[in-house]
Design a protein around this ligand. Structure first.
Ligand code: NAP
Ligand code: ZN
Ligand code: ZN
Length: 351
């Protein structure tokens, strides 16, 4: 199927119209018309070649909500007309220990999981993501959406920003009695605040943008700290069970490890193109603090998060854009100027 899309042809060329070929659905495939696609900072890192290994042409987009157009003969979980989601993965080996545990994002297969765009992690043919009119995906990687139709644009970012914060919050036990920090109030961070709050944790937002304080409270933060203000930071020393760091640029991690209490964890989800300055060992050893990382989330926990959000009326705070406005959106995202996720109305690709 010839399908309209938006692509970059190199790290230094702007986005423009492009045509891709989508496969006709095989027996286990679901073909969907894309209604909305969120704009993740990973799209920008990839399109601009900031991480190693971008394949061009590059069609990003892994926060996809769409309507099923057709299903293969072996598909019984989905039917035409149904609203569904697709996140960051479209395939994995299905047989390794991680896949069997429903943690496909940590697939140990020869080339790890296949990204919705830019192909398999570690190599393999290119794949094209959600900045397009349609996509065909194996049903294993298609999610049920329980939200009302009017909320669907705000559901799209749950497929990456939502699950990337949900998975570590759940893994490290965010909930009542726990003090949880969220660093960086962007697409991931604003979902981190909403989800940590909904899970019942005492939630503290850290921002470099003083202008986001009121918003962070409205999103569910119990407290907001301007991270450039050392006096404000010091008040929280030795107090956090978990700090989730979503920042997209390298920065001093010691400022956050020292806020952890004994056995606390600084979980990194932000993936800057260049390394953070090496953290101070003393800040870690004296209180058995840990620095960890976390990658998106598996398919079962993505469904769990979507169901939780539908039940609790949680969606992302979005600014809707047309596909043609993507360059402006990237420029604003780089200035931390988005409240709090751009979502592309894919209807704009048709005009
Ligand atoms: P985003 O919307 O641009 O948000 C990033 C936030 O980080 C900004 O809003 C800003 O928050 C803060 N920030 C930016 N530059 C900073 C700097 N130099 N120093 C301190 N704070 C800074 O990006 P996103 O879509 O949430 O993605 C965040 C990062 O997570 C990206 O690197 C992305 O690739 C990565 N990511 C990782 C995974 C994973 O599985 N681990 C999944 C998705 C995305 P304030 O204005 O509040 O300071
Ligand atoms: Zn993403
Ligand atoms: Zn696997």
């Amino acid at each position: 199927m010839q399908t309209k899309a938006y692509a970059v042809q190199s790290a230094t060329t702007p986005f423009g119209p492009h045509t891709i070929d989508r496969r006709a659905p095989g027996p286990k495939d679901v073909a969907l018309e894309i209604l909305f696609c969120g704009v993740c900072h990973s799209d920008l890192h990839t399109a601009r070649g900031e991480w190693a290994g971008t394949q061009y042409p590059c069609v990003p987009g892994h926060e996809i909500v769409g309507r099923v157009m057709a299903v293969g003969a072996g598909v019984n979980r989905f039917k035409p007309g149904q609203i569904v989601g697709v996140g960051c993965m479209v395939d994995s080996c299905r047989t390794c220990a991680s896949c069997k545990d429903g943690l496909e994002q940590y697939c140990d297969g020869p080339v790890s999981f296949t990204g919705t765009y830019n192909g398999a992690v570690g190599g393999g043919p290119n794949t094209y993501g959600g900045y397009s009119a349609a996509i065909t995906v194996d049903e294993h990687f298609v999610l049920n959406i329980g939200h009302a139709e009017k909320d669907l644009a705000g559901v799209a970012p749950l497929l990456c920003a939502g699950i990337t914060t949900w998975s570590p919050l759940r893994h490290w036990g965010a909930g009542p009695g726990k003090k949880v920090g969220i660093v960086g109030i962007g697409g991931l961070g604003h979902m981190g605040i909403k989800l940590s709050h909904a899970l019942g944790a005492h939630t503290v937002a850290f921002t470099t943008s003083a202008g986001k304080i009121a918003d962070a409270k409205a999103l569910g933060a119990d407290e907001v700290v301007v991270s450039k203000d050392e006096a404000q930071m010091k008040k929280h020393a030795n107090s956090f069970d978990l700090i989730l760091n979503t920042v997209s640029a390298p920065h001093n991690l010691d400022a956050f490890t020292t806020l952890l209490k004994r056995d606390g964890t600084l979980a990194l989800v932000g993936a800057p193109p260049t390394p953070h300055p090496s953290p101070a060992v003393h800040a870690l050893v004296f209180k058995r603090r840990a620095i960890a990382g976390s990658l998106i989330g598996g398919i079962p926990e993505t469904q769990e998060m979507l169901d939780f959000c539908a039940k609790h009326g949680i969606t992302s705070d979005i600014e809707m854009i047309r596909m043609q406005d993507i360059e402006t959106a990237y420029a604003r995202m780089l200035k931390s100027d988005v409240k709090y996720r751009f979502v592309i109305d894919m209807g704009s690709l048709k005009v």
